[in-house]
Design a protein around this ligand. Structure first.
Ligand code: CA
Length: 284
């Protein structure tokens, strides 16, 4: 299993959140094309249709396109020439939380005659798309998508829609999605646990190295902090990012004390999860 490859096996964090991501829990048992939202919702457990096209497909095996790479069921989403499109939500076993990171996976394919574009969102309602977290084009043949997303909002539903509206081709688009999966990947924000300054005391024009220590390795994309200085007697970056995979990193500040006496300048790093402060004494 992929979870084992990631070293997440055996922890609660590796639990699948999409309740029926393989779409196997359904009352049809075989391919059904062009279901109204109400029919789709009644047929596929823990899923809700809400797009304006109202023609979601529950497709088994090689019906209407290639066999899914894993499992036997794919959901077909259509954008019609008039711009109406299919959309559905998948209920999660619990809410996602803003600022937390999650591993999103699915298999996506187009059908001949209409490559499509899908969007994935997080929503508080089964009937609305919510906030976009990922977008992908569907092409002929299955492509496995595997990304880390950061939840922008709290939400109990993962949503999928064929991008609505008039496409550049003015025609119709069609995508098939299979094996929808969402797994908690832990906090998106590493916490800053300490800062240090070396040297502690400098003069105008001299530099000090600030070391940032985190509680864990920075996640994909790095850990970004805002940097505040209590006085302009010290200059340095306004933001600082600890690179992905690193537990510590350094940046440089410069003394610029225009007063006649020494000034103590506090340096504070903060992100939504944490903050820490150190100081540098700056002589004129
Ligand atoms: Ca359809």
């Amino acid at each position: 299993m992929l979870a084992a490859c990631l070293g997440l096996a055996g922890t609660a964090a590796a639990q699948e959140m999409v309740l029926n991501g393989g779409f196997t829990n359904n009352t049809a048992g075989s391919t059904v094309f062009n279901m109204s939202n109400a029919d789709f919702t009644n047929t596929v457990a823990n899923c809700t249709g809400f797009g304006t096209a109202e023609e979601l497909d529950l497709i088994y095996g090689t019906d209407f396109g290639p066999q899914p790479p894993v499992g036997n069921i794919k959901i077909g989403l259509h954008r019609q020439a008039n711009g109406n499109s299919d959309a559905f939500s998948a209920t999660l076993n619990g809410p996602v939380f803003p600022g937390q990171s999650y591993q999103l996976q699915f298999d996506l394919s187009a059908l001949a005659g209409g490559a499509g574009s899908i969007e994935v969102g997080i929503s508080n309602s089964p009937n609305t798309f919510g906030t976009l977290v990922y977008a992908a084009d569907s092409i002929d043949g299955w492509v496995h998508h595997n990304v880390i997303i950061v939840a922008p909002v709290m939400g109990q539903y993962l949503t999928v829609r064929e991008v609505p509206g008039g496409g550049g081709d003015g025609g119709t688009n069609f995508s098939c999605i299979a094996q929808l999966s969402l797994i908690s990947a832990g906090p998106a924000f590493s916490r800053v646990v300490s800062l240090s300054a070396l040297p502690r005391e400098i003069r105008t024009g001299q530099r000090s190295v600030i070391t940032v220590n985190l509680d864990r390795a920075a996640p994909p994309g790095g850990s970004r902090f805002t940097v505040r200085y209590s006085s302009t007697a010290l200059t340095g970056p306004a933001t600082f990012t600890v690179p992905a995979g690193r537990r510590w990193a350094t940046f440089i500040v410069f003394g610029s004390n225009r007063a006649t006496t020494a000034r103590r300048v506090d340096i504070t790093l903060s992100n939504p999860a944490s903050s820490a402060t150190t100081y540098v004494l700056v002589n004129p």
